[in-house]
Design a protein around this ligand. Structure first.
Ligand code: SF4
Ligand code: SF4
Length: 195
């Protein structure tokens, strides 16, 4: 081995040593960081909810299962069979037949194919009688799609079983118009201008 080769090897070794030390430092820091996170989570309270034994509380505006309601004052079915929800539904999963009666109309049949529903809430928004609503639950899992074809009776049963979400057609439509005060002021101004 020549003197020139030996000197080059020594220089290469001298250059490599700080680089190797830096890389080892990076690895050690990464391991310590990961261990710190592991230790911190080891003593943390678990956040997993053991569904269905325990259920989490859903927010008021949760868009869960759809349901039909009864009129709070009369106890009658709230749906008047107007079919607005059927017309507005983007994937066309609602089918309603109207039953004409003397004092008011009813839904003779009402079906909703929940397996194709987009949970867009448009049907709720257009309903004039707050008859169709969303509930704070998704608890209808099944392996049989036929069970997700909901008829009028099942939709009413869901309305009784699960807590209703905040939204109703009337509340949602109220949010879209100008505030009531502003409307009243506007009417007063118009009246004053006309006088
Ligand atoms: S939530 Fe939307 S997709 Fe589902 S039934 Fe109502 S309108 Fe149709
Ligand atoms: S649920 Fe509402 S929008 Fe749909 S048919 Fe009944 S009253 Fe009309």
């Amino acid at each position: 081995m020549s003197d020139v080769q030996t000197a080059a090897d020594v220089r290469a070794l001298r250059d490599a040593t700080p680089r190797a030390a830096t890389e080892v430092g990076v690895i050690v820091r990464a391991i310590l960081g990961a261990m710190r996170i592991t230790l911190r989570n080891l003593f943390r309270k678990p956040v997993t909810v053991h569904y269905p034994d325990s259920q989490r509380a859903y927010p008021d505006r949760y868009r869960g299962l759809l349901a039909l309601t009864y009129d709070k004052e009369t106890g009658e079915e709230a749906c008047i069979g107007c079919r607005l929800c059927e017309y507005v539904c983007p994937p066309a999963v609602i089918k309603v037949e109207m039953l004409k009666a003397e004092k008011r109309n009813y839904a003779k049949t009402f079906t909703l194919e929940l397996y194709a529903c987009e949970f867009c809430e448009l049907c709720v928004q257009v309903c004039p009688t707050d008859a169709i609503v969303m509930t704070k639950s998704f608890d209808l899992s099944t392996t049989d799609r036929r069970e997700l074809l909901l008829d009028k009776d099942r939709l009413h049963a869901l309305g009784k079983q699960f807590e209703q979400s905040w939204a109703t057609g009337n509340k949602l439509r109220d949010m879209q118009g100008p505030p009531k005060m502003a409307r009243a002021e506007h009417a007063a101004k118009e009246e004053a201008a006309g006088a």
